[in-house]
Design a protein around this ligand. Structure first.
Ligand SMILES: [Fe+2]
Ligand SMILES: [Fe+2]
Length: 148
């Protein structure tokens, strides 16, 4: 589906998220011990360099508008925001608790599944809704978002 130009940067990041989710799921399933540990580094680098900014972008110029102006649709924003929280919590656990290898594989697999399902819901449900209800100015604010 053709995305409106104001959402194209976020959509490009979604392609990257889906690729990352697929790689992590494969590693969790078939990776050697070393590969699993490298996968953890790959995930935490990805989160620090890209995914946290992506979450904040969505929260500050998309979800927040649902709470302010489109309360009839706020259920989806609430759900997606909760999922950001669950992914942040899992990353924090992986970073700080240094789990055993088997536990790590399970956490990587869980994260991969959460990221895939979350990203698909945004692409299939949230973005079409945003395209249909946001004003031109609101869409422009999504395009020109500057993180703090
Ligand atoms: Fe999101
Ligand atoms: Fe997203």
């Amino acid at each position: 589906m053709q995305r409106c130009e104001q959402l194209q940067d976020l959509s490009r990041e979604h392609h990257h998220s889906l690729k990352m989710a697929k790689d992590l799921a494969n590693l969790a399933k078939k990776g050697s011990d070393d590969e699993v540990r490298q996968g953890v580094k790959k995930l935490t680098d990805y989160y620090d360099n890209e995914l946290e900014k992506h979450f904040q972008h969505e929260e500050q110029v998309i979800f927040s508008l649902f709470f302010k102006h489109y309360r009839e649709y706020m259920q989806i924003a609430t759900l997606l925001l909760k999922e950001h929280g669950a992914m942040r919590a899992l990353i924090h656990r992986i970073k700080t608790q240094q789990p055993e290898l088997e536990e790590l594989k399970k956490e990587l697999a869980d994260f991969a599944l959460m990221l895939k399902d979350h990203t698909r819901m945004e692409e299939r449900t949230l973005f079409p809704l945003v395209e249909s209800i946001f004003t031109k100015e609101q869409l422009e604010a999504v395009l020109h978002f500057e993180p703090f």
